[in-house]
Design a protein. Sequence first.
Length: 126
Amino acid sequence: MAPERRYALNVSDLVLSLALAGLAGFSVTTVRRAWRDPDWRPFGQGWRFSPRAVVARAVILVSATVILGVLTVASATSGSAARAITAVGGLVGIVGVLAGGVLAVTLTSFGRPASLVPPSLRAGTR
């Protein structure tokens, strides 16, 4: 029998996961600010996203954080349970990224669903 392989946690994966988690947290905070402040405007005009799609951006970043976090943990563990958790976590993350992409397109193109557009940017509010 071959000895069980042990996997080392890759430090760069961990650092990248934590950085992406911080960016996702900042994005969620931006969504909260967009909803609560009636005079909210996005910071800087150099950003390449529609201000209406701030929710979609948060969904994409949180989902990407899930994918990277699951892969980071999976690289440090072994066994059938780790494979199952990796598969489920990866699937959830991929579905979230795809749903966020669809939301971004519909929010920037059509402003629909209107419930996901910040109140200060909805049609007819200004």
